[in-house]
Write a new protein. Structure first.
Length: 757
């Protein structure tokens, strides 16, 4: 607040975030008091890791604290990963750590030197009293924040517990790297996360699934016995040395999210506002960065309300990104038992890229030797004079009798552009699909092609229920095969179910037609949007037989039209998906109730199609692996559903999510659907196609090399750039046969020069 009077500031909580906020605000001339319930030398945990980015912010804001930290840091570059007795090392990562107690001492000294009043062994006064007595109240009182809980109606916090138990311990010697190690015990997989924080000490975290923890009897162990047992389990990593605790207890990580971070003159920072799983080392980092942002906002804004709004606006996107990465990392460790059978190097690469912040391209820069070794084991041949290797996305993949020349799929995308409601694909579809076929992807998929007039989503949907439609598709297939030799052409067959008879997307997605509607059918008589959508008729036994016949007849036409692959659409709330989800299937006959019954009709349709589809051509199925709604399809259900289709002959599972119910709440983010594909692949060993906000070739390479997917389907990127795959090849200097430029386009295979000579 430029040229404003000094504020009276109360800080509740004397952890790193609260102390650093106090120091920064005191440097600005504000009168600051800190309440900390513990003694000055009390601390939980052992070491603290800070990133170069955070240190840069500290250096710019307070050179004194920065210099004190730098004098204490233990630094290292390597990550050691031990997989079934094999040690693999990846370098170039760059870590800096120090003891938590020493960090607090540095901040205590800085606060005292700046005139901050520090109250130890003192609970902060009632939040209402603080808010009335001070101009600003900073709630840095931790994950169980009394201030946040007292104002829960306003902050609207959500606390979600993870599925693992973990304990913070320490070893009295310094590791030389960040070490991850697994122990496959009779009770299940346990994992160790450890790193040095002083010349003679290391933090050691032991983690395992809740059920493994209970079966191993750790729920009956006190701190001393837990430390002794963990030291024995990981004796090789610890060189036979003991572990010690510090009021250490087994706990579950709790992810904290708040809808609001401030109320009046009270603001949440650090763990009171948000948490991020320890496996990406972000707790102290986030708290310190909150303090930096809050101090900047108070310095720049005219008053406290404006400053708190600016602080939250700046920090929310960064915190949300970190929390997404932390959630991905936490889930990876929760599901680690599904990865232990991977080859050692792939397991290590998978671990390093688990949060999606470290990618294939990033790891190539950090440690090219390690990354190249992983690529070779994946099957990437050496290419060119620099022996850089073929990118993973340009390796072939075989499904049944079809070998795809690379791992890129043009995802099915509804175009709603069939003319006059006749379901016939026209010149638009020829140009649209033909352009993508010329763009380098190995497999180009049609939009959902409907198996009957009643199965259309909109009047603009294409079909395969007439000979005229089949002839039009044959024309497009012939163009693809003739003009883009080596590109496979796939058809996705589906029926709209209760989501039919709607306007085209750009006129009102999922909105019923104003006129000319057709009757809807579904698993149960439940409208998609209550009060808006038409109520469908629950399918009778005769209807079920007719739908099976419609799918089989469409498959016969698809085979004759020359399609190379057929995908059955069992996702996104359309007819077959409606049978699978308990939210949309309320039947009481043999096709409703338990999952095995809900699977019955989709599997009958699959079998009917597979029976008429040529034996040498692959058949895939698209699933919604979660409904993003309480009571819907769970990840465990998705694995069971995928397994059932694989047992019936599905050659791959195309793993999507959601769009099953209108009141869904998806967790959007980068590659947000890929963990579901990963889980199915790890559990079943069935090939999977990953979809969902995959936008860069670096993401594609990362997913493939980590073993999380076999193929990657991209939709919107191919709308933005029909030649996405060819451009990905050019940007990676790949010129091999997996992404050949069409002869007429060769002159454009190099990026045009820019600027002046």
């Amino acid at each position: 607040m430029p040229d404003a009077e000094a504020l009276r500031v109360a800080v509740a909580g004397g952890g790193p975030g609260g102390l650093y906020a106090a120091a920064l605000l005191a440097r600005q001339g504000h009168a600051v008091e800190v309440w900390e319930r513990n003694a000055p030398d009390d601390t939980f945990g052992f070491g603290v890791v800070l990133s170069d980015e955070t240190l840069g912010g500290i250096e710019a804001a307070d050179a004194v604290v920065y210099a004190a930290l730098c004098a204490e840091f233990t630094r290292w570059d390597d990550v050691d990963i031990v997989h079934r007795g094999r040690l693999l090392t990846s370098g170039g990562h760059g870590f800096a750590a120090l003891g938590r107690r020493r960090l607090l001492e540095i901040l205590h000294e800085r606060c005292a030197g700046l005139g901050v009043r520090l109250r130890f062994r003192a609970e902060a006064p009632d939040p209402r009293e603080l808010a009335a007595s001070y101009d600003l109240v900073v709630a840095a009182d931790g994950v169980h924040s009394p201030i946040r809980e007292g104002g829960a109606a306003h902050y609207r916090p959500t606390l979600t517990a993870g599925r693992c138990r973990y304990i913070w311990l320490a070893a009295d010697f310094a590791l030389t790297a960040f070490r991850f190690e697994i122990a496959e015990t009779e009770h299940g997989v346990m994992q160790l996360h450890a790193y040095p924080y002083a010349a003679d000490a290391s933090t050691v975290i032991v983690e395992m699934r809740e059920e493994v923890w209970r079966q191993a009897g750790f729920d009956l162990c006190d701190e001393e016995e837990s430390a002794a047992r963990c030291a024995k389990i990981f004796s090789e990593a610890l060189r036979g040395r003991p572990l010690r605790g510090n009021r250490s207890a087994w706990t579950r990580f709790r992810t904290v999210v708040n809808e609001r971070w401030s109320h009046g003159n009270v603001v949440l920072i650090g763990d009171a506002a948000h948490t991020a799983h320890f496996s990406i080392g972000s707790g102290t980092k986030l708290a310190v960065e909150d303090a930096l942002a809050l101090a900047r906002a108070l310095e720049a804004q005219p008053d406290v309300p404006a400053a708190l709004a600016a602080y939250e606006a700046e920090r929310r996107p960064a915190v949300a990104s970190t929390q997404r990465a932390a959630a991905a990392s936490m889930r990876w460790f929760e599901e680690i038992a599904g990865y232990v059978d991977q080859p050692a190097r792939q397991f290590a690469f998978n671990l390093l890229t688990r949060s999606r912040r470290v990618t294939h391209g990033n790891l190539r820069l950090r440690d090219p030797r390690f990354t190249r070794a992983v690529e070779r084991e994946f099957g990437c041949p050496d290419e060119g004079p620099d022996r850089a290797g073929t990118p993973p996305m340009f390796t072939p993949f075989t499904l049944r009798g079809l070998t795809l020349r690379n791992r890129v799929v043009v995802s099915p995308m509804d175009m709603y552009s069939a003319a006059a409601g006749d379901g016939v694909p026209g010149d638009f579809h020829l140009v649209h699909l033909g352009a993508r076929a010329l763009g380098g992807a190995a497999l180009v998929m049609t939009e959902m092609v409907c198996v009957s007039p009643e199965g259309r989503i909109t009047p603009g949907c294409t079909g395969l229920y007439t000979s005229q439609q089949a002839a039009a598709w044959a024309r497009i297939a012939d163009f693809v095969h003739t003009s883009a030799p080596g590109v496979a052409f796939g058809v996705q067959l589906g029926h709209s179910g209760r989501k039919g008879s709607t306007r085209v997307m750009w006129e009102g997605m999922d909105t019923p037609l104003p006129e000319g509607n057709w009757p809807l059918v579904a698993a149960s008589a439940l409208p998609y949007r209550p009060g808006v959508s038409a109520v469908p008729r629950a399918l009778t036994a005769a209807d079920l037989a007719a739908v099976r016949s419609d799918f089989a007849a469409a498959a016969v036409r698809a085979a004759a039209a020359g399609f190379d692959l057929l995908e059955l659409h069992c996702a996104h709330g359309y007819l077959l998906s409606g049978f699978l989800s308990p939210l949309t299937n309320h039947r009481t006959d043999a096709y409703g109730g338990p999952l095995e019954n809900r699977l019955r009709f989709p599997l009958e349709v699959f079998d009917a199609v597979r029976a008429v589809w040529p034996d040498d051509r692959p058949m895939t199925v698209r699933l919604s692996a979660t409904d993003w709604a309480p009571g819907g399809t769970s990840p465990e259900d998705a694995v069971a559903i995928a397994g059932a289709f694989a047992a019936h002959g599905a050659d791959a599972v195309d793993v999507s999510t959601g769009q099953v119910v209108a009141d869904e709440a998806p967790e959007y983010g980068r590659s947000y659907q890929t963990p579901y594909a990963d889980r199915i692949r790890a559990a079943l060993g069935v090939p999977v196609i990953a979809v969902g906000a995959i936008s860069s070739w670096d993401d594609v390479n990362s997913l493939l090399l980590a073993g999380r997917a076999d193929l990657c389907a991209l939709g919107r990127p191919h709308l933005y750039d029909p030649h996405w795959t060819l451009h990905a090849a050019a940007e990676q200097s790949y010129t091999g046969p997996a992404a050949p430029w069409p002869a007429p386009y060769l002159a454009g295979s190099r990026k045009p020069p820019t600027g002046r000579d």
